[in-house]
Design a protein around this ligand. Sequence first.
Ligand code: PRP
Ligand code: URA
Length: 209
Amino acid sequence: MGLIHVVDHPLVQHKLTLMRKVETGTKDFRILLKEISLLMGYEVTRDLPMESIEIDTPLEHMIARRVSGKKVAIVPILRAGLGMVDGLLQLTPAAKVGHIGLYRDEDTHKPVFYYCKLPFDIEQRMCIVVDPMLATGGSSCDAIDYIKKTGCKNIRLMNLVSVPEGIAAVQTRHPDVDIYTASIDRCLNENAYILPGLGDAGDRIFGTK
Ligand code: PRP
Ligand code: URA
């Protein structure tokens, strides 16, 4: 069963509270999401494989540590996942970025697929799927399905806000995937929106409502 990592660092929680506020506008919402993504990325990448290399400091020779091999692929679920890419790229500038396009049908709340383009060597990388919201879990589960079709085995999911229903859905369909979240909120409402949540993440990032 995949582990649930709640990133409860005070700076993450403080910024999330600002994002939740109804009066926080698009500009600040975007900046805060980028900052939180960078902070959460620090935890998500904690077990990147390392190797030893020989280097010279100005004073002496030493054996030093560095991240080894092909490193990271970041896969945002469009649209809202795009808001989490830049923060992660600041941490891992050489990461490759794939995109998976899914939107939720307003009536059924089921994800509808419209786009997928992934790095050709994604199966050799740690793949971080990013989406601010884990609600029913349908979008994240489908996105992980597409990534697994490439043979990629090292997949983790990074959400800002989740609910128990979404977590259970991912754990059932993808028991090998760890979830990183800044908050496990109370429940879903009748429209499958997270309560208390932060509203429609895509609309708040892109100012479309
Ligand atoms: C939102 C969110 C997730 C999905 C979560 O996207 O960004 O992708 O809903 O819901 P789920 O866990 O129930 O699948 P939305 O469908 O609103 O599309 P958008 O990002 O294009 O706004
Ligand atoms: N998608 C969102 O953007 N917000 C929610 O609360 C649920 C799904």
